[in-house]
Write a protein that binds this ligand. Structure first.
Ligand code: SF4
Length: 285
């Protein structure tokens, strides 16, 4: 993910493939609702993906990208129907590829073949409390993290992304989530400041960081490294393939404005909650 300070020479480059389509969750903080120029695209059944040759060709190769993460602007990558072809194509095109997955984890147990196609993964879970989970992620129940981690041939590294909000911070629920992560042997957790919502702040700010990770403070919670992650300031660069086929080193939500993908506002202007109705298409799980 890029940052507001983009193009200032940060050394860490990676690639993102952003799929679009209906999602099996409806998170009120979904970034997709700020990238409405992509609402009309559905690439979940598409192969080859539009722009994939440009993505691995000029764009990624010029920057020495060997890590590619498959994510979604408004959908979940475990819903993608051609993961095997995508994985094979990328592994052939990019020697030493690390293929990462950014998912809500809902389908991991039902699609273990897709889950195991990745070398690393991050799972977004706002809470393991079913009520808080549903309040923040719109529908469904938290994935069974322990069973997911027991799947054979799964990704070698699994990280947890906990998107922050008043629901999981005011109640200290976020600390219970960190306890679950630690007890499951999760090595890394990111506490993510949501884009398009009022600033939440670092829940661990009263603790002493053990190090900085790409400009962000990292703490120890038991044996788990926990990094407070604010997309506005994290010091990384990315090259992005969008569902439109556009290959870009910019991530529109981090720029505050995108002439192609829609006008978005400064973070301080967001009132909180759902900004606009994002994809409400057919649930695909
Ligand atoms: S899981 Fe939530 S944040 Fe992710 S794409 Fe679906 S609705 Fe958006």
């Amino acid at each position: 993910m890029g940052c507001l300070n983009r193009d200032v020479g940060f050394g860490h480059w990676f690639g993102n493939i952003h799929l679009s389509g209906p999602c099996n969750r409806a998170c009120y903080f979904c970034i997709g609702q700020h990238m409405m120029g992509l609402d009309s695209f559905n690439t979940l059944d598409s192969w080859p993906l539009p722009g994939i040759e440009d993505f691995v060709g000029g764009g990624g190769r010029d920057r020495g990208v060997t890590e590619v993460n498959v994510t979604g602007t408004n959908t979940d990558p475990l819903l993608y129907r051609h993961t095997g072809q995508l994985s094979g194509f990328l592994r052939e095109a990019i020697p030493g590829l690390t293929l990462g997955l950014r998912t809500n984890g809902v389908l991991a147990l039902r699609r273990p073949d897709v889950w195991s196609a990745y070398g690393k993964a991050s799972i977004t879970v706002c809470s393991f409390d079913p009520v808080i989970y549903r309040t923040m992620m719109g529908r469904g129940a938290p994935p069974n993290l322990r069973r997911i981690l027991e799947l054979p041939n799964g990704p070698q590294a699994v990280k947890l992304n906990v998107v922050l909000g008043p629901e999981n911070t005011a109640t200290e629920d976020v600390f219970r989530t960190l306890n679950v992560a630690d007890s499951c042997g999760i090595a890394r957790v990111n506490l993510r400041e949501p884009y398009g919502q009022p600033h939440v702040g670092d829940p661990l700010q009263s603790y002493t960081p053990v190090k900085m990770t790409h400009g962000m403070p990292t703490y120890l919670w038991g044996d788990t490294e926990v990094t407070y992650w604010d997309v506005h300031y994290v010091e990384v660069e990315s090259i992005n393939l969008y569902a439109s086929g556009n290959v870009s080193t910019t991530y529109p939500i981090t720029l505050g404005y995108s002439p192609d993908l829609g006008e978005v506002q400064e973070q301080k202007e967001f009132p909180g909650g759902r900004i606009r109705n994002q994809w409400q298409g057919t649930c695909r799980d």
